[in-house]
Ligand binder design. Sequence first.
Ligand code: NAP
Length: 320
Amino acid sequence: MKPTVFITRKLPDEIVAPLKEKFIVRMWDSEDVAVTDYVLREEIAQVDALWSMISDTIDRGMLESATNLRVISNMAVGFNNIDIEAAKEKGIIMTNTPDVLTETTADLAFGLLLATARRFNTAEKELRQGGWLSWTPMGFTGMDVHGTTLGIIGMGRIGEAVARRAKGFNMQVLYHNRNRKPEAEETYGVTFAELDDLLKRADHVVILVPFTEETKGMIGERELSLMKKTATLISVSRGGIVDESALYDALNNKTIFAAGLDVFETEPIPLRHPLLTLPNVTAVPHIGSASVETRRAMMRLNVEAIINVLEGKEPENRVV
Ligand code: NAP
């Protein structure tokens, strides 16, 4: 009997073809709507391999009901949607898709920084609504990015890629990381700072740490109050690292200048969310890795990992 693979989203035929040649492949039938918890639970209980998305929450209860599951391949570098301790205890291998998305996500982070600091959203909205009446000396003015100080929280793969971009903008780069990164300091000329110090000194702050018990709520009211009134905050890694209610207050009270958000505590963010009422928020729907090439490269890694595990080989990018 061939092993069975369940894919939690509808994916292009040519991507899935190598799996279909070897295994029985079942796939959720929508590209836009996430698999239901019920179906996910039923499939996990039966299949040999699961190809999951970050929108799928895979909890201990689901994993405990798994009888044949040997591998979960998550289409993301982050894996906070999966109870990896429970997977480890059950001997289920879990893989992710790092590296191939680093540059694309860094592009988004830097683009979001430019858009937020220079107020692209307000300017475009006004143009489309007829609010552009003439060139005005101080109309639509924002904050400079070039030549300023960037603070990167989380100097990992994407953090380093953002630092490289910042150098091209003649920025001074401060970074905060759990461990100091002497190689990055030497290669990119970045300077380590304690978190509070970074928040006080940076003109723009980009968050690139993973979501963990340690980073949950890392940026709250106290941290936001340390930032410059002219500063922007760019949140690209995961929702929940920034306390959204504290962020709303800081933006509404002009404690900081603006925020650019790709990730949210609840995704999709509810349309009535208070943050979406603020003009100094630039919000995009978790599109960090969303280029055609990168998404295809991520999918190829998922396919390889599933084939390797089901054929008894060690997969690349094993998390547990
Ligand atoms: P990475 O290479 O693992 O980098 C993460 C960095 O964060 C590491 O340098 C790590 O430090 C540091 N870190 C972890 N916990 C910390 C803490 N408590 N305090 C300070 N620093 C801490 O990961 P990556 O590939 O750059 O990706 C980073 C995150 O971006 C992912 O986890 C994912 O959530 C997010 N992401 C989002 C998108 C998107 O579409 N928006 C796309 C890709 C990735 P050590 O080296 O000392 O462990």
